[in-house]
Write a protein that binds this ligand. Sequence first.
Ligand SMILES: Nc1ncnc2c1ncn2[C@@H]1O[C@H](COP(=O)(O)OP(=O)(O)O)[C@@H](O)[C@H]1O
Ligand SMILES: O=C(O)C1=C[C@@H](OP(=O)(O)O)[C@@H](O)[C@H](O)C1
Ligand SMILES: [Mg+2]
Length: 170
Amino acid sequence: MKRIYLIGFMGCGKSAIGRRLSFMLKLPFYDMDKEIVRREGKTIPEIFEEHGEPYFRSLEARFLREFKSDCCIISTGGGTAINAENRKIMRETGLVLFLDAPFRDIWRRIHRDPNRPIVRRSTKEEIESLYHQRHSAYKRAAHISVRTEHRSLRQITEFVAFQVHRLKGE
Ligand SMILES: Nc1ncnc2c1ncn2[C@@H]1O[C@H](COP(=O)(O)OP(=O)(O)O)[C@@H](O)[C@H]1O
Ligand SMILES: O=C(O)C1=C[C@@H](OP(=O)(O)O)[C@@H](O)[C@H](O)C1
Ligand SMILES: [Mg+2]
């Protein structure tokens, strides 16, 4: 089996669902943000502040270009799927799932989080506009879209696991 990628806007649940899915499917889990933080020895806000956003984007692209393992779950960052080369790599090396959450759920989850530099530097209106701008890139990248509204983490994880089994059986 190839890789399973979770994509979507900040706060849609990529990290939380990826971790649960890895327990459920007994597959290794990689959270791209955490891998980048570990390799750089800096937090995401520190990387943004000290080196700028383009440098962070180059680290995301390099992670995908150089990553070697198969049969694993990868939670991307909210901006990963915006890059065309990243989309191509993900679609060619795995199954790409878009966690499609409504903006009001997203905003409730992220607006007070100090670890997301894009949220820290923007107004609610700017984040909402970014949410709409990015939506089509997520749709383009994804093999499957999963609507998360009114669903618990457990329900979403079970649904994603079901989709993975279904596709494996085809
Ligand atoms: N469907 C959901 N129901 C309840 N809480 C959720 C749901 N999706 C995400 N969360 C919570 O929202 C927060 C942000 O989720 P996270 O996995 O960090 O998002 P992402 O990695 O996509 O930015 C976490 O505390 C997570 O547990
Ligand atoms: O949407 C974005 O551009 C970002 C999302 C973050 O990941 P999450 O989607 O896990 O919050 C992290 O990669 C960084 O703060 C930039
Ligand atoms: Mg995350």
